[in-house]
Design a protein around this ligand. Structure first.
Ligand SMILES: [Zn+2]
Ligand SMILES: [Zn+2]
Length: 139
């Protein structure tokens, strides 16, 4: 899905749930859609305030919360203390740099053999976190 289609989906979901659609809310979602860095609320806020100087951090928080509630944004689960968000809803894996903490989506062709069921637990999706050193930390 391209960014335009995803923004339309957002507007649609907001209408369904009777949530207000404001340019600021759309801007928050757009930052998340365009980012490959899994930003924190603060990082989103820093990008938004250039274009919308009157938007508060609270608005950004609230918007991310709404996006999470309507299923358009997910939290990234990793060993880190800042909450990071992901607008990529397709099943994918993450690379996490242990030096700078950056998180990137990664894809690889290797097969990970994970069974459909383990000890009675049914597996619906698989997300792998890979930890290591990113290219800019290597230099
Ligand atoms: Zn790094
Ligand atoms: Zn991701």
């Amino acid at each position: 899905m391209d960014i335009k289609a995803q923004l339309e989906l957002f507007v649609e979901r907001c209408k369904e749930k009777k949530l207000k659609i404001t340019p600021q809310r759309i801007a928050v979602y757009e930052v998340l859609l365009r980012s490959k860095e899994h930003p924190t609320v603060e990082e989103i806020y820093n990008q938004i305030k250039e274009k919308y100087p009157y938007v508060s951090m609270a608005t950004v928080y609230r918007t991310v919360e709404i996006l999470e509630n309507i299923g358009l944004v997910k939290r990234v689960c990793y060993w880190g203390n800042s909450t990071r968000y992901d607008a990529n809803l397709e099943e994918h894996h993450h690379f996490i740099c242990i030096k700078c903490g950056s998180i990137r989506d990664v894809s690889f062709n290797g097969n990970i053999n994970i069974p459909r069921e383990i000890d009675g637990y049914t597996i619906n999706s698989v997300a792998v976190n890979m930890y290591g050193i990113c290219p800019s930390c290597k230099n």
